[in-house]
Design a protein around this ligand. Structure first.
Ligand SMILES: Cc1cc2nc3c(=O)[nH]c(=O)nc-3n(C[C@H](O)[C@H](O)[C@H](O)COP(=O)(O)O)c2cc1C
Length: 157
């Protein structure tokens, strides 16, 4: 079982989060393929049971590179149904687009038929940081990876 994590990051904040999400998934025994957006291929999608996407917040939305990847994912439209999905982001400020960015990513995943899991605690829609992630943000990333790894195990059995 494998989760593909793809992320964009210009100044390293989302990248730090991606590394922690990876650790969380791996703690469940599920394998991880971690790729920065410029190395990611649409053709990786059918080979993973889960997809987690991380993006910086750009004008309240994911970056253009992440959106391009999503648009190209139409190649597998209808073929990703029932896989596990999740999203996380890094913003520059508070109340300035983190949730809209995560929700935009979650919407795209839902259109593909992915199964998403929210949380009743903080970070309902997915992990977020303001600027460089602090220890609390990194723990939210780790936990999100762990929960989604466990969800892959549950939904694959
Ligand atoms: C083109 C551009 C647009 C941005 N738009 C927003 C925004 O709408 N809201 C916000 O909080 N931060 C915004 N930021 C700041 C980034 O989201 C923030 O610096 C983030 O931590 C960068 O992540 P990275 O280090 O992974 O590249 C923007 C940055 C750039 C370059």
């Amino acid at each position: 079982m494998k989760i593909l994590i793809i992320y964009d990051s210009r100044t390293g904040n989302t990248e730090k989060m991606a590394f922690m999400v990876k650790e969380g998934v791996e703690s469940t025994g599920v394998d991880v393929d971690l790729k920065k957006i410029d190395e990611a291929s649409i053709d990786d999608l059918p080979h993973a049971e889960g997809l987690i996407i991380g993006s910086p917040v750009y004008y309240g939305l994911p970056t253009a590179e992440i959106k391009k990847f999503l648009d190209e994912s139409i190649k597998y439209h209808g073929k990703l149904d029932g896989k596990v999905g999740g999203a996380f982001c890094s913003s520059g400020g508070t109340h300035s687009g983190a949730e809209t960015t995560i929700i935009a990513l979650n919407e795209a995943l839902m259109i593909h038929g992915f199964i998403l899991q929210g949380t009743s605690g903080k970070n309902h829609y997915g992990a977020a940081s303001v600027g460089s992630p602090d220890d609390i943000d990194l723990e939210a990333c780790r936990k999100m990876g762990e929960r989604l790894g466990n969800l892959v195990i549950k939904t694959s059995s």
